[in-house]
Design a protein. Sequence first.
Length: 374
Amino acid sequence: MRVIEHREIYRDQRFHAAFPSIVRFGDDNLLLAFRRARDAMWLVPKEKREGYDMFERMDHIDSRSHITLMELDGSGCVKPGTTDFLPFNPEASDQDPSLLVLPGDDVLLASFSYYPLPADVDALLRGRAETEDQKAGCRYLSWGCHTSLRGRHAGDWRFHHRFIEPDGGYGAWLGHTDRQPRLGAVRGQPVRLGNELLLPVYWGVEEGSALFASVDGGSSWRFKALIARDTAGVVTYQEPALCPDGEGGLVCFCRTAGANGRLATIRSRDGLHWNTPELHELVGHPFHPLVLADGRVLLSYGYRNEPYGVRLRLLENAAADPDDAEEVIVRDDGLCRDIGYPWGVQLSDDRVLLVYYWTNNEGMRGIEASWLEI
């Protein structure tokens, strides 16, 4: 394996760009999606920023965050004039996108939202005058998961923000005089298996991660199974990503909290019954499994210990033990922990394009990519 080059895909001083996802159309062009939010630091003169640690600031909550989409050509170069946006939700701010190409080149976009809260409402609702989320940007409520469906071309949204309703004991309803479905969060690869679309979701240690299924193209969803939950209340299984095992089953790759960020894998033969999670020595933030044309799986992940960067392991198949695979360092020149979330796609010439977010030497978050020869 050889790392060919790294390149900046998108960066704008007025925006914070992160958490990308990328897919390949039938004509070999690519669609990139990422969360974009305001970055107000451009308003502050440089002399007033002296002594302020731009690498430690967290800006992952913003009332105007939204999902931006851009088309790339078959080699990974941005195509001018193809920028698109998931239509805005007037109530809530959209977070990480997860893409899946469907037959006919329709695109399923799964995401989740936060509901920004005024300080007085937050105090009345939760009884707290100061909260940790203030440090991340603003106060908020989790607003649940939703799916959207777009046609091949920019602006062709068949539907958007179809919020997934609680089902099978997973999720809850918010509100007093009205109600809003709240179903955790989603960040990780969905898959199409048979006549079903399968979407992995997650939330806290009590809820664990679960699998929802749709038979109508993502318009509605039903609970299918619990993927993983720690009954001891220690490990949280986060950002689950699905990978077909080539034999009709699935492997789910999860980032963890409460287990030092170690990878957890969970296997299923049918999507209904899942094995006990297996914790690995591998640490990552988070994981993306890309099935290559030859059946091998390229498992990429952000690395938030020094030296910060992006790494991967090449597995013989989805069920192979990642701890036994050689670790390949794609990049180790990160300047802070606020990097990662890689997502890979194989190009028509068999190279792999790996997209991720990266913090530059001015503290600006943007989308960058690495081209790999396998």
